[in-house]
Design a protein around this ligand. Structure first.
Ligand code: UDP
Length: 502
């Protein structure tokens, strides 16, 4: 039995996709809904819940109405190791394919939970297009959660619509994307693989877009001051209502404990060591190097990065993934780590870094990023300029936003968009290009203007989530709207009951 106050409280179910780049911002958003009065249930699997449960427990103990509901991931059935429930756990294309498939098998259990929970609203990832029908069956609004940039979405929209890349003589010839407020030039090689080859991901993306246009609206992790021109374009191209409520990472994770625990289940044993190392560095003197949660670099590329960073002469902290013990890549990196430790130039964090905490450290002066949207927002919030090294999906558009529109990025010169499971064995960017970009970003004279703009944007990002800021207002307006919908539905139901009695 629900108490009176529970019955009046807006009851929202969140269904994040099982990949860090989707899960992290959605959990942050769910926590914000709870903070501003909603009763929130996050639906996920056991291993994924472990990556954020501490934050939920702490919110719950602080008096907020928030909890997690679990469904079992079919890892054993698919021959996956225990706990491999997130795309980031896939170490081979075969494993990634199985995890993708495992997620699709969860539709039934997810739908049964929706029925049990009877929420007033569903907030579901863009990659669950079938949830539009689930919401319709329940007679409630579905909000689509979009975890990429609106800039990228607009670019993709106009490329699919006008197909400018199909009229070129080569895949490396530059063309301008039609329909955008800025002149953005790309090559065919930089477009998403699913646009170039129309593979099965193209079907999923088409379904996602189609279901978005049939949803109540879209929640975006972005803010007006970052890509305001593209917010309007996004709404008109997609024909949807849209609320930008970001950056949710800094809004939801205020304390150090939140920041250190976010998005992982491993013990961060090295934590005090890296902190100690950074504390001894001068302000803005260290480059943070990370390629997100999915990318697995080839040995040849790792060697080039190591030499490029060393040759630049600047200090760095690099998140590298451990392979198995006998892998050459690891042996090379372990020796490199030893050398960097001795000369105090570099620090390697293995596997997973508490990124929000590191980016906030005063010694960090810039980041090398694969242009994942979350890493970009997190760096923007910290007021940091970026070296852009896009790899896959919409990351090449994000690079254009940073370099050509916002002018807070230095491109390393990446040329080809490849699905993260097929990055290949070669090095795509050489040590000279890497060192050159690092010097351009970290050399104070060269980057004065870039730094100034990044700092300004960092300030704007903080303001947007404070009372009266653009994202703050959007979230409050959305919650008001959802509460009114709930109230009018309740009134309708009461009137219907009275009519039936009469
Ligand atoms: N992340 C982290 N530590 C790591 C790697 C990634 O905390 O060592 C987090 C990062 O802060 C971000 C997310 O994982 O929130 C990665 O999302 P992004 O969109 O940047 O890239 P993706 O992993 O989806 O390619």
């Amino acid at each position: 039995m629900k108490t009176e106050s529970q019955a009046h409280r807006l009851n929202v179910a969140f269904l994040p996709y099982l990949s860090s780049g989707h899960l992290n911002p959605m959990v942050d958003t769910a926590r914000l809904f709870a903070r501003y009065g909603a009763s929130v249930t996050i639906i996920t699997t056991h291993a994924n819940a472990l990556t954020f449960q501490n934050a939920i427990d702490s919110d719950f103990n602080g008096g907020y109405h928030i909890r997690t509901q679990l469904v079992a991931f079919p890892a054993a059935q698919l021959g996956l190791p225990e706990g491999a429930e997130n795309l980031k756990d896939g170490t081979s294309p075969d494993m990634v394919g199985k995890i993708f498939y495992g997620v699709s098998m969860l539709q039934g259990p997810f739908e049964r939970l929706f029925q049990d929970l009877q929420p007033d609203c569903l907030v579901t990832d863009q990659l669950y297009p079938w949830t539009v029908e689930s919401a319709a069956k329940l007679g409630i609004p579905r909000l689509c959660f979009y975890s990429a940039s609106q800039f990228a979405s607009c670019a993709t929209h106009f490329i699919i619509k006008h197909k400018p890349h199909e009229r070129l003589v080569s895949a490396t010839q530059r063309f301008s994307i039609p329909g955008l407020p800025h002149n953005i030039e790309m090559t065919t090689l930089q477009l998403e693989e699913w646009i170039r080859t129309e593979n099965e991901i193209a079907d999923l993306m088409n379904e996602a877009n189609e279901s978005e246009s049939r949803s109540y609206g879209t929640l975006c992790n972005s803010f007006h001051e970052l890509e305001g021109d593209y917010q309007h374009l996004y709404q008109s191209t997609k024909g949807v209502k849209c609320w930008s409520v970001g950056p949710v990472s800094t809004w939801a994770n205020k304390g150090n404990e939140d920041k250190v625990n976010r998005g992982h289940k491993e013990d961060l044993a090295q934590e005090s060591e890296w902190l100690h190392w950074l504390n001894y560095k001068q302000n803005e003197s260290v480059l943070y190097v990370s390629f997100g949660s999915l990318t697995r670099l080839s040995h040849a590329q790792i060697v080039e990065i190591a030499h490029g960073l060393e040759n630049s002469g600047y200090s760095f902290i690099w998140v590298a993934r451990k392979k198995d013990e006998n892998d050459n890549g690891d042996i090379f990196l372990q020796e490199f780590e030893e050398k960097m430790r001795k000369n105090k130039k570099g620090f390697i964090i293995w596997n997973w870094a508490p990124q929000l905490l590191i980016l906030d450290h005063p010694s960090i002066g810039g980041i090398v990023t694969h242009c994942g949207w979350n890493s970009i927002l997190e760096s923007v919030s910290a007021g940091l300029p970026m070296i852009t090294w896009p790899m896959f999906a919409e990351q090449f558009y994000n690079e254009k936003l940073l370099v050509d529109v916002l002018k807070i990025g230095v491109p390393v010169g990446a040329k080809e968009n490849k699905f993260w499971t097929s990055l290949g064995e070669d090095a795509v960017v050489g040590r000279e290009e890497i060192a050159k970009a690092v010097v351009e970003l970290m050399g104070k004279e060269e980057s004065i203007e870039i730094r100034r703009r990044a700092r300004e944007l960092g300030g704007a990002s903080k303001k947007s989530t404070e009372e009266g800021g653009s994202s703050y207002n959007n979230l409050m307006q959305l919650l008001d709207e959802l509460n009114s919908l709930k109230a009018s539905k309740a009134t309708e139901e009461t009137n219907l009951k009275i009519e039936m009695k009469g």
